[in-house]
Design a protein around this ligand. Structure first.
Ligand code: HEC
Length: 111
């Protein structure tokens, strides 16, 4: 029994180590894209979505974003940004954003 516990402890330590390594390499691999999205967010969407200016749903309001995604769906949300809404200018102040960028920005704001 005691040796089994030892094995479990050893295995979980090994697992813990490799999980950390995987997370680290994942972070390193995805960092350029993530940094781009964060920068794009800061330069465009943040103008309104950081403070909730003009009634924009705030970054980090995960419940609010989850509800929107569920009600309208991601494709509709992307076209809302592209076409603009009542207060939101078309493109959300990002001229060079692709549909995929908008999807990533929306996911970024949902967190
Ligand atoms: C000038 C302010 C402003 C900027 C900049 C802005 N938004 Fe918005 N956004 C709003 C407002 C306000 C709303 C709420 C709807 C409305 O009144 O227009 C909104 C709503 C949204 C919605 C919900 C759409 C829906 O169908 O309900 C999404 C998605 C969104 N914004 C994404 C973005 C993204 C992505 C960016 C950056 C590329 C961005 N916004 C930049 C003001 C802004």
């Amino acid at each position: 029994m005691r040796s089994l516990l030892k094995t479990v402890a050893k295995t979980s330590r090994t697992l813990g180590g490799s999980v950390t390594a995987v997370m680290l390499s994942g972070m390193l691999m995805s960092s350029p894209a993530m940094a781009d999205i964060a920068t794009t967010y800061e330069n465009s969407c943040a103008t309104c979505h950081d403070s909730g200016a003009l009634g924009a749903i705030k970054k980090g309001d995960s419940a609010g974003w989850a509800k929107l995604k569920q009600q309208k769906g991601m494709p509709a949300l992307v076209s809302s940004v592209k076409n603009g809404m009542i207060q939101m200018p078309a493109g959300g102040l990002c001229d060079e954003c692709s549909d995929d960028d908008y999807r990533q920005l929306i996911d970024y704001m949902s967190q």
